[in-house]
Write a protein that binds this ligand. Structure first.
Ligand code: NAP
Ligand code: G4F
Length: 386
């Protein structure tokens, strides 16, 4: 009986080592593994929000440039980091050694300031946020704490820790600050009119970044990014809702898709292109704010039509308002319904960015077209169902 228990214990130990190897890839170090005397002549970056969509793309970009990265996540568990590890699996093994994950919350001032003091990075990217506009109406205080106070936590910490003003700071600002604007397209000088607790919190973070830059001569920039998507887009955002549902319909796993406002228009780009702009902003002679966008606008309705085209279905629309339906032109099957539960208390109807400044000064331009983006996302979601 004793040997049975001993064998069981050995089996559990071996299994946990195996699981750890699969999920942690045996390459990713956590904080406690770090040799503090390790000499590093490459640039050091701290990335808050490393497990999100942009975090994945930025991590790959920085690793390939030879950066050492300290990535912050609230949960460095396998399920939360799997997407990130999967995405960087083709990065050179030695470069991947430069990624270190730390557990922490951006609202925790002592954690934030201690992290900055300990690692003294060259660059800090603040991508961490409660980033869903819809959720921000349900959790306004939480959104303000994370998106506004969290950002201020970093700025305050940089100011007290980095006397020489060597650290460069990127703040993930958003076109949501323009909200109900009357100016089209929006550029760096367009006045703000946020329409959600998320937009309000991000406006606060935007002005805090500028305030710290002006008051203390810090290298701090806002990237005013318009919507950007990818196969790693969170499943609560409309593009991913559409591509996941269309893929399920193709596979016979769903019969229809329900959406909110089909007429909302956005300037949608590809996340992989947008993280390059983040990096470029921190490589300039002086810190400035930049609009990052494609300069093209499409409606949710057009996104739906293109997504269905990708699986060989043409959509025609019948009815109005909440009674509108999208129908398969060939079979007459109803595939899209409108559900008012997805409407927002205050909506942002139309956003389109003018990225001229980024094009001229950063020499940045988007590479992936709207059609290619939809195709890429559909292909990925169909593959995930295989
Ligand atoms: P995302 O996928 O939602 O990622 C945000 C990450 O923030 C999450 O993965 C989460 O990671 C982390 N986070 C949330 N609360 C936190 C907290 N209290 N402390 C520390 N980390 C926290 O967002 P994204 O699409 O990559 O966007 C990146 C940033 O750009 C966000 O700030 C977003 O608001 C902004 N932005 C996005 C777009 C867009 O179209 N994607 C456009 C403009 C601006 P853990 O759960 O692992 O902690
Ligand atoms: O995909 P969304 O939820 O993105 P939204 O609200 O534009 O926010 C995203 O982009 C911002 C930049 O503009 C970021 F700052 C923010 O962090 C986030 O990444 O909704 C896009 C549009 C909205 O007008 C919404 O009302 O699609 C409309 N929509 C229609 N039906 C829907 C749905 N949105 C969602 N999430 N779900 C629907 O069923």
């Amino acid at each position: 009986m004793k040997s049975f228990y001993r064998d069981c214990i050995w089996l559990i130990i071996l299994m946990s080592l195996f699981v750890n190897k699969i999920y942690c890839n045996d390459l990713i170090k956590v904080d406690k593994d770090i040799d503090q005397n390790e000499i590093c002549d490459s640039k050091i970056a701290v990335v808050f929000g490393i497990t999100g969509q942009d975090g994945c793309y930025l991590t790959k970009l920085l690793l390939n440039k030879g950066y050492k990265i300290y990535g912050i996540t609230r949960k460095a568990t396998a399920s939360n980091t799997q997407k990130l590890f999967e995405f960087i699996k083709d990065v050179d093994i030695e470069l991947k050694e430069n990624l270190i994950l730390l557990n922490g919350d951006i609202t925790d001032h002592s954690f934030v300031s201690e992290t900055i003091r300990k690692y003294m990075p060259d660059e800090i990217y603040n991508l961490a946020a409660q980033s869903s506009v819809k959720t921000s109406f349900e959790e306004p205080l939480h959104t303000l704490m994370v998106d506004a106070v969290g950002t201020l936590n970093i700025l305050v910490s940089m100011h007290s820790v980095d006397q020489e003003k060597k650290i460069r700071f990127y703040q993930a600002s958003t076109c949501e600050v323009f909200g109900k604007t009357k100016k089209f397209p929006q550029d760096e000088l367009t006045p703000f009119y946020p329409r959600s607790p998320y937009g309000v919190a991000k406006a606060c973070a935007y002005w805090s970044t500028i305030n710290y830059r002006e008051a203390y001569n810090m290298y701090a920039c806002n990237g005013i990014l318009f919507n950007h998507e990818s196969p790693f887009r969170g499943e609560e955002f409309v593009t991913r809702i559409i591509t996941k549902s269309v893929s399920k319909i193709k596979k016979g796993e769903a019969k229809y898709l329900s959406l909110g406002n089909l007429n909302a228009k956005r300037d949608w780009g590809f996340a992989g292109d947008y993280v390059e702009a983040m990096w470029l902003m921190l490589q300039q002679d002086k810190p400035e704010d930049y609009v990052i966008a494609t300069g093209e606008v499409h409606s949710v309705r057009e996104f739906v039509e293109l997504a269905f085209n990708e699986i060989g279905i043409d959509i025609i629309w019948r009815g109005h308002g909440v009674n509108e339906v999208g129908i398969d032109k060939k079979t007459g099957q109803k595939l899209i319904y409108v559900d008012p539960k997805y409407f927002r208390p205050t909506e942002v109807d139309f956003l389109i960015g003018d990225p001229s400044k980024a094009k001229n000064q950063l020499k940045w331009k988007p590479r992936v077209s709207f059609k290619e983006l939809v195709k890429m996302m559909i292909k990925n979601d169909i593959n995930l169902l295989k």
